[in-house]
Design a protein around this ligand. Structure first.
Ligand code: GDP
Ligand code: IMO
Ligand code: MG
Length: 427
């Protein structure tokens, strides 16, 4: 049986939570593979509405094992809180496990994320301030503390002691902040260890065994491809790879095991945080999309920047991920527009280009070139069959399909599980 990867194709918040919750019905194992609690995955299902930050969106089915992969950075306090909240709302989390290799977000990471953002002043990245960048930086700098370290409290104290000396020097000498107490941090993480120890596993074996049994495994992406540190709008990016390739590294599976790569696209674009977004609409049309779609961050509550669908960015995203299929979400948000625009190229220094520039200085100068399409001006959220969509809506989807160079196999027309149109025989 295959692995299906569900990947954010734009700047995040494409609706990955809905898609994973929907498709997890047929899966046996779900692995979150990147990011941390910077993610906010909204799920609307018979249990209610949830904004998941760290627990995989497959948690609502009795038969799915949910793994927090090695590629995720875990804030134990946030995870424990989220698990408790799920339990209080009647969701069983007994099938949740954490990779022993997943790095932990420590109190100095969240502090430094905030202090670094303040220091950037007018050039702040607009991070979620959850400690994500500092935690991934420590992973690469070989200063990280991993979930597996919670299993040996003696070793944890020793490791924490040496790292905290260094972190306290930065907090006090660079930022003039107060140092953290080793004893306090150690005691807190010992408490987390007591709670989390039974969940910590060698998860790559669990994935491999599920595949060997012929079960369906899903990789749950976080963030979006244009926030990738290599291919996104660097430095206005996140700090781990949201791409399909990141799925291999962050879950511990080889590329040959992934059969289907679903790129999740909104029918328009949004971005939260700073950095270039060529199709951003800083006008009443942008406001209209934001209010109609309630485009406010699931993690920070910040208003999302809204704009038309960017075909240049979308085809780039499709290329670097190798999408085998696309999912179009929030098509219903466009119901009221009489004309729709798709950005088909950029004007840069008087020339027309059709590629996504690597330099943000260039990207900031890019002016979108739009092609207009007619809107459908009808309600579509009750429709479940592609052929029943208004002709203009089908035309719009067909155009997106050409842009992303792979079949659109799911169209989402509302927040609920059921508000979905499946296409093709592959489901
Ligand atoms: P994620 O981070 O990719 O999981 O996406 P978010 O949960 O941050 O944001 C997506 C938002 O869109 C959530 O509020 C979803 O409930 C909502 N949503 C998902 N699909 C649809 C859809 O087809 N139509 C509408 N109107 N809302 C949707
Ligand atoms: P989901 O999984 C949208 C953005 C932040 C900021 C940048 C860096 O819900 O799609 P970070 O805290 O990661 O260092 O912030 O990345 N960002 C997201 N934007 N959706 C997300 O996740 C995001 N996770 C991070 O707003 O611009
Ligand atoms: Mg989100």
């Amino acid at each position: 049986m295959p692995i299906i990867a569900v990947i954010g194709a734009q700047w995040g918040d494409e609706g990955k939570g809905k898609v994973v919750d929907l498709l997890a019905e047929k899966a046996n194992l779900i692995v979150r593979f990147s990011g941390g609690d910077n993610a906010g995955h909204t799920v609307v299902n018979p249990y209610g509405e949830f904004k998941l930050h760290i627990v995989p969106a497959g948690i609502f089915y009795a038969h799915t094992v949910c793994l927090i992969g090695n590629g995720v950075v875990v804030n134990p306090a946030v995870l424990i809180d989220e698990v408790n909240q799920l339990n209080e709302r009647g969701v069983d989390t007994s099938r949740l496990f954490i990779s022993d290799r997943a790095h932990l977000i420590m109190p100095y990471h969240t502090l430094l994320d905030g202090l670094e953002e303040e220091a950037r002043a007018g050039k702040a990245l607009g991070t979620t301030r959850k400690g994500i960048g500092p935690a991934f930086a420590d992973k690469i700098a070989r200063l990280g503390i991993r979930a597996g370290d919670l299993l040996d409290k003696e070793a944890l104290r020793e490791r924490l002691g040496s790292v905290l000396d260094y972190k306290n020097a930065i907090l006090t000498k660079v930022y003039g902040a107060d140092p953290l107490s080793l004893e306090k941090v150690y005691q807190d993480y010992c408490r987390y260890a007591d709670y989390l120890a039974p969940l910590i596993r060698e998860t790559t074996i669990m994935v491999a065994e599920a595949l060997d049994r012929g079960e369906l495994v899903m990789l749950e992406g976080a963030q979006g491809s244009l926030l990738d540190p290599d291919f996104g709008t660097y430095p206005y990016t996140t700090s781990s790879s949201p791409l399909a390739g990141g799925g291999c590294l962050g879950a511990g599976v080889g590329p040959s095991r992934i059969d289907r790569i679903l790129g999740v696209f909104k029918a328009y674009c949004t971005r939260v945080g700073s950095g270039p977004m060529p199709t951003e609409l800083a006008d009443e049309v942008g406001d209209m999309i934001r209010e109609r779609a309630h485009e406010y961050g699931a993690t920070t509550g910040r208003p999302r920047r809204c704009g038309w669908f960017d075909a240049v960015a979308a085809s780039f995203s499709s290329r670097i991920n190798g999408f085998t299929e696309a999912v179009i979400t929030r098509l219903d948000v466009l119901d009221t527009f009489s004309r729709l625009k798709i950005c088909v190229g950029y004007k840069l220094n008087g020339e027309t280009i059709d590629y996504f520039p690597g330099s943000i200085a260039a990207l900031e100068k890019c002016q979108p070139i739009y092609k207009e399409l007619p809107g459908w001006q009808a309600t579509i959220s009750h429709i479940r069959k592609y052929q029943q969509l208004p002709a203009e809506a089908r035309q719009y989807v067909d155009r997106l399909e050409e842009i992303v160079s792979c079949p659109v196999s799911i169209i989402s027309v509302g927040r609920g599980r059921g508000q979905t149109i499946f296409r093709g025989s592959n489901w």
